[in-house]
Design a binder for this molecule. Structure first.
Ligand code: BG6
Ligand code: MG
Length: 216
């Protein structure tokens, strides 16, 4: 007898691969300030809030900016990012994501989005899966960034589930840590070496089944 009642999904890197758009926009911003950063450094930005990402990037470039300037830069990056997001089509949903969401809902499991992004509603609309979530908790609704568990705890509460009845799907180490801190089970999407502590690590939701979920 299993006690799983709900699944909470991160967005960027789990449902869609917007990480590449984030990377391109941040890179353009860094270049406009006269420096660059590597794809390897970019890994550290996954799951991290917009403001925190900017601070990390400015640190890599050895650039200091006032709070007002930082706000302007974050807005500029978001404008470039949204230009790419606005071109997104439903085909950009990652393999298996829609199918697994459907399987969950077919057996009565509740589903929520738990993302740091403030653009999550626009992205869900672009790929046409807004109606597949019972709740959407995103960067507009929480104040503490992952690895703080706030986003997932709010998701569980919105779904009427206890933390231990939830399974989180995450591609970022900060997100895996957030789920663990929230007392939830977590499926890592990516590499086992990176996503340490996850109950199971798979390459993508196309590898996920209800059978694997109930065995967690
Ligand atoms: C996370 C991404 O999902 O959202 C981060 O992994 C991003 O890279 C963060 O910085 C905030 O996104 P946004 O869309 O609000 O700038
Ligand atoms: Mg992510």
């Amino acid at each position: 007898m299993n006690t799983i009642k709900a699944c909470i999904f991160d967005l960027d890197g789990v449902i869609v691969d917007t990480a590449v758009y984030h990377y391109k926009a941040w890179k353009r911003l860094a270049n406009s300030l006269g420096f660059d950063f590597t794809e390897h450094q970019n890994e550290q930005l996954k799951g991290v809030s917009r403001v925190r990402s900017l601070q990390l990037i400015l640190g890599w470039g050895g650039v200091t900016k006032t709070e007002a300037e930082q706000e302007q830069l974050a807005t500029q990056k978001n404008t470039w990012y949204m230009e790419m997001v606005n071109q997104m089509k439903p085909e950009e949903i990652l393999p298996g994501a829609k199918e697994f969401l459907k399987s969950c809902r077919a057996v009565g499991l509740k589903t929520a989005l738990g993302s740091a992004s403030k653009n999550s509603m626009t992205i869900l609309e672009k790929i046409g899966i807004t109606d597949m979530f019972d709740a959407v908790i995103d960067g507009n609704k929480v104040s503490k960034a992952k690895p703080d568990p706030e986003v997932f705890l709010a998701g569980a509460q919105a779904l009427g589930a206890l933390p231990e009845e939830c399974v989180v799907f995450e591609d970022a180490i900060a997100g895996v840590e957030a789920a663990i801190a929230g007392d939830m089970k977590v499926v890592g999407i990516g590499l086992p070496d990176v996503l340490k502590g996850a109950n199971l690590v798979i390459k993508g939701l196309d590898e996920m089944t209800l059978d694997k979920l109930y065995k967690l």
